[in-house]
Design a protein around this ligand. Sequence first.
Ligand code: DX5
Ligand code: ZN
Length: 220
Amino acid sequence: QQPVRIAPSILSADFARLGEEVRAIDAAGADWIHVDVMDGHFVPNITIGPGVVKALRAHSDKPFDVHLMIAPVDPFIQAFAEAGADCISVHPESGPHLHRTLQSIKALGKRAGVVLNPATPVEVVDTVLDLVDLVLVMSVNPGFGGQKFITSQLDKIAALRARIDASGREIDLEVDGGIDAETAPLAIAAGADALVAGTATFRGGPDKYAENIATLRGAR
Ligand code: DX5
Ligand code: ZN
């Protein structure tokens, strides 16, 4: 079994020092840099746009795992691709044509991800599994860091693991929201192979990032 990938969400970083924070989590062992993009419309919070992604690109060579919580999403795909995203993940609810949106991400040479909200059924992925490189399960409702892990999502993670294995394709199964030392082992046991962690990565300040990431990675 491959060690689980840890993707710190910079939503919990110090936004006044974002470049330094990205360098610090890179040095602390982050596998991917998770970037939460929110528009105050699809979700009730506003974060950053492609300009900030572009500015951060120089601070790490690790893959940028860009999670778009914006609607309509299609007009912004190219801007995030050009800003330096490596993987672009979208919610089915953020545009009228999920298949076309995923095709457009692939056409830009990027990895494509589909994100399932807690109430979004697993069946949504069945018709796009041939197009995606990543499935992201939200274990909180999107919009804010620091929320409690919704345990009912574990069955969904397991159901997606079965679908991905049956597909024979190399698709990452990532879980996002409320991941900490207690919930990480549950998500991994259900079949996750990548974990997003905001609060649990950044708590305690830069001196703790390496220890925090190692704790999540070792959680089994
Ligand atoms: C929520 C975001 C998450 C969030 C995770 O909308 O997609 O990535 O930052 O934060 P924690 O790990 O604090 O739950
Ligand atoms: Zn996220």
